[in-house]
Each structure stands twice: as C-alpha cells, then as structure tokens.
Design a protein around this ligand. Sequence first.
Ligand code: FUL
Length: 474
Amino acid sequence: MKKLAFLLIIIIHSRFLPAQKLGIPVPTKHQLMWHEMEYYFFIHFGPNTFTDKEWGHGDEPEDIFNPSALDCRQWVRVAKAAGAKGIIITAKHHDGFCLWPSNYSAHTVRESKWNNGKGDVLQELSQACKEGGLKFGVYISPWDKNHPDYGTEKYNEVFVNMMKEIFTNYGPIWELWWDGANGEGPNGKKQVYDWSRFKETVKKLSPNTVVFSDVGPHIRWVGNEKGVAGETNWNNLDTVGFTPGLGAPSIDTLNKGNMNGKAWIPAECDVSIRPGWFWHENENSKGKNQNELFNLYLKSVGRGSNLLLNVPPDRRGLIHENDSAALVEFRLLRDENFATNKARQGTGYYIPHRGTRKAPAINDGTILTYETISLTHLQSMGIEFATEQKINCIVLREDLSKGQACAGFRLLLMNKKHELVSEIKGTTIGRKRIITFPETEVGIIGLVIDNQKMPTRITEVEAYLIDGTLIEKQ
Ligand code: FUL
C-alpha cells in the first residue's frame, strides 16, 4: 500500500515537473517576444542596388551609392500597410560598404556623393521605425571584401567596434543578424571569426537584443532561402561543436531542429519577394504575388517559425510600386481569410468527459489562457459546434513559456453524429501551426496528442473557411 502511494506521488509529481527539471529548454522573455513578431521585413540595400550585382567585390567606388529620393519613412509605411512588425537592414553586406559613417572603415556613406557625404541610412531608418512603432534590426556581414584588415586578427576588433557604433548610436536594436558567409577579403585571405568575442560584445552592450546566426545564440537559420520551415519544427537545437557558416549543423537539422536539443533556438525563415536579395531593374515584374506570399506564410509562420521577408528598395531608395502592391494585397488576404474564427462559436471540452469537463480556454480567443493535455490522464480535447460548419483550415497554438511539448498530434474531424470524417496527423505544434485540408462539414474537431515531451498546453484551436484556391496541395 505504502509502495502504491509512493508510486502515485512520483507519477503525479513527474506530470507537473517544471521543464527545467526535465532538462527541457525554455525561451527567454525576449525570445518569447520574438516569437510574437511573426513577420517582418528584410531590406537589402547598398552598392549592389546600383551595380546590378548580388555580391559586390568590395572595390566599387563609393560614389556609386547615390539614391535619388531615399525615404525610409516610405519603407516603414509599406511595412505597416503590409502588416509587418519590424525591419532588419543590411548595414554592411559582403562588399564591406557601411550604410552608416563608421569610424572603422573608409568605405561608407560618408565617402559617397549621396547627401554630400552627410547621409546616414541607419540613422534615418532607426528614426523612421521609432516614429512608426516598428522594431529595428540590423544585418551585419562579418565577411568583408573591402576592409584592409580582413584576414588578420585586427579585423575582429574592427567588427566589434562597428557593432559598438551600431548599438550605441542607433539602438535599441531588436534583432542582430550575422551572416555566416566567410569568403576571401581584399588580400585573398579568409578571416577566422571570433564568434565568442562577438557574442560577448552584444551581450554586454545590448542584452535584450536577439541574435541570429546559423546556430543562434538566440535564433537559427531555417536551412534554406525559400522561406520554408520543416513540417516538424522544434525550437530546440544542439549547438555544441558547431559554428555559423561551414561549421553549422546539416540543412535538415536546421530546418527541423533537434527534438531533444539542449538550447532554445527557434528557426527564422528568410526569403526575398524577388528572385534576388538586391533590387534589379529586370526583376520588377518577377516578384511574388499575394497568393505566393500567402503560401509562404503558411509554410513559415504556419509551421511555428517567423517570416523575414526581403523587400529591396530600388535606386531611388524607395520600395518599388509592384512590390508594395503585392504586399498590401497579401495583408488583405490574411485579414480577410483569418477574420472569422468559427471555433469561437463552439464549446471546448476534454473528450472523455464531454458535458462534465469543459475546456473553455482553447477557444476563448486569447493565447493568455490554456488547457493542458497529459498522456496519462486527459489525452484529447475537442470543440463541438451547435450545427455542422464548413471549414478547411485549423490553427493550433501551443504555449511555449515552459518549453515545447507536442511531438505528435491528430486532428479528428467528426460530424454531429460523432462519426469520423477525416483524420489529419502532425508532429510539432509550436507557437502556431496552420493546417489546411479540403473543405469539410465538421460537427466536432477533436485534438489528440499521441506523443509529447511533457504535458502540452494548448492556448487556442481556431477554425476557418479560407479561400480554397489559396490551398496548395501540400
Ligand atoms: C546570404 C548572403 O550571401 C546573401 O547575399 C543574402 O544576404 C542572404 C540573406 O544571406 O548568406
């Protein structure tokens, strides 16, 4: 008897053990805030915009950089109209040209004709973002094809000093983006990057900044430049022994994460609205349209990742009309298709206890409340409608504050007679999981968790009837 009581205590206790005790990584406050950013702009802008290149050589004359009507407020207006919540700009791409007048380079806006050498793109954009209520982020390439010190230990100091300038003069910097590329500099030498020094610098200067690289420390690359996260997407990663660039984990690992990875390092999906990262005249009509953007949204945000969408300004220094038109339409598509969450009209409950055990938090319209699924006890929950509803899209949301739990789920679409109409299987849920399927008349949506690392906290189950033509065969 005593033994049984002891066993029971252990079982009950282990079901409520905090994630830390189970060795499950949890996000920091700033990572959790990052997850809620969902979608934001990437801006590739610099000498390449004027030379029609993707990778400059670093020897382009500074005068080439001369936008005729640069207006960062226009970028912010477009971003806001498109529903993006922030902007990350290429402060320095591989060609080494600095969009701010750095004291540690002689290849900057100061040496250009633009604004008689008095211009400062970082100043203008950080200011415009502040005014517009957008988060401001900076991409800075460690690879520098211009800097005379590149390839020597001195260059690591230069890079640290450049970051100091950025954090001191243009902060707060919400996200810092480190490109892992590591090619040859002007002397034909490659640099040995001092990543731990770089990390320490940011931590000291701006502890709230989330830092992206192939392997974090806070955000990881998704493993492709198509904007597509893995259908299985863990926010966890093992980083010991790995570095950004050539030393990174495999593409597949970056894409899916590690289920039992020791660190919380979620994936970010970077992709360009155009074929190239920089603006090219001959790509003005080759941009993605709103339907393609919507599909990308499903494959990034809809798989628990964030979407970093590149929108490159042209030689005027403005976002091109074709791109802004598609972006506004993309926003409309999201607003219209996700306007009516039918789950709100249903009743949430735990399945074996229909009628007695309600689960109101899963369809109360807020992610601040949740219901818990534990494998030993309450394994499934559902939403029952008063009358059958036509739907073709379900959005699941998991609370991540205590770690990521769900590893395998099933959606059971049933009619009002409780007969199974179709079953959809999935693996991870994460912050947001958007599942689309052929239009179905549904009386009950059942959610069963078959595999999890700890009890799963479901904050919302949403149901929609979206425009069927937007659903690609997946
Ligand atoms: C890559 C770079 O080489 C591309 O030019 C672009 O900036 C992309 C976002 O990252 O590593």
